[in-house]
Design a protein around this ligand. Sequence first.
Ligand SMILES: *Cc1c(COP(=O)(O)O)cnc(C)c1O
Length: 443
Amino acid sequence: MNTLNVLDNAIERQVAQAEAYNLPDARGHFGPYGGSFVSETLTHALDELKEAYARYNQDPEFLAEFRDDLTHFVGRPSPVYHAKRWSEKMGGAQIYFKREDLNHTGAHKINNVIGQALLAKRMGKPRVIAETGAGQHGVATATICARFGLECVVYMGSEDIKRQAQNVYRMKLLGATVVPVESGSKTLKDALNEAMRDWVTNIENTFYIIGTVAGPHPYPMMVRDFQSVIGEECLQQMPVMTGRQPDYVVACVGGGSNAMGIFYPYIDYPDVQLIGVEAAGEGMNSGKHSASLQLGTPGVLHGNRTYLLQDDNGQIAETHSVSAGLDYPGVGPEHAWLKDIGRAQYVGVTDDEALQAFHDCCLIEGIIPALESAHALAYAAKLAATLPKDKIILANLSGRGDKDMHTVAERMGMNFYCRESCAVGAAAVAAAAGATQVVTLHK
Ligand SMILES: *Cc1c(COP(=O)(O)O)cnc(C)c1O
């Protein structure tokens, strides 16, 4: 196995480039990561899925239908936007956003869900199941099931159901059945186990839509492929906007699907540095974070081998992030490999830094980003300040922040932040958001 250390000089980078990137292998391995660690019953279902994907991934009719839905239902291509004022303020490199927040349903997740739902239809499976944590993947799945006339069952921890009442209501409006999961910590990983159990029992008529680049083979590859429309568009858009490809591509990493989506088409461009941003939560030394790649160790979770936050006995650790979408103890196996060979670097951004970037993005650019995306923006802004003005950073703005209003108001000590000029109307808005105090910013 050719595991290179961090490629910090040009010669090593050329070596990596010479070996064309063509992963995973037939068994779903990215180096020592990935694979398929599941029970025998699921092996059959996964083989069926692998065959179907191999076939339809080459099928012009399938690809045309996927493309058509991305265009007319999602609204693609999503624009690339020059964050001019923020770039000026940081005084260094130029920051660009890939605007996945402008997609129908407000984030990148819909891209993958359309691909998998189209496969479900082709495979003759009228029933779709999914697991969801904060509810974003559940809403995307419910949306596409309504669009395609598929039955939709979403497993969700009962703790998450309490915390995410609005997304639960959205799923119900869209016709999905939301099943509360009462086992374990009553959160995402328990919902995942329950969804797996459902799949084993109902394999004949059921398709399991996984929401990120994790799970057993072929999911990490398949989700990456469906999401890589993000990076492929950037490859076209960046030269039109700036005359060339960016120097850095920055994306937040929860399970890793928006990052793989924008990284993947750039892997063969060795001059483009890929940077994944994990949630450092209350700090890398606090024990309250979700930085699986930087602080985890290899192990097996949810059907694949990857970096995990676990103790010496392999017990999965409690994780934390202000953004629910990054709060996961594992990470997609391809990121584990990209980290080991040094093709991508992974850094951490704390809750506080992400919240600062969230407010900066609102006030300076007029865009309310998802808290997940705010992690990528925080690092992009920090990095920009250290670079000359002619460098280009492309940050993936993975989703919009409407879903995070309540969290932000609560986390900021129930304060509602606004500009001086809006202070008069702010009290009512603050009350509606559940905040108790209005804080005026003088910018
Ligand atoms: C779910 C979510 C994420 C994290 O998931 P990835 O698979 O790591 O992309 C990031 N941003 C937004 C807006 C999300 O909804």
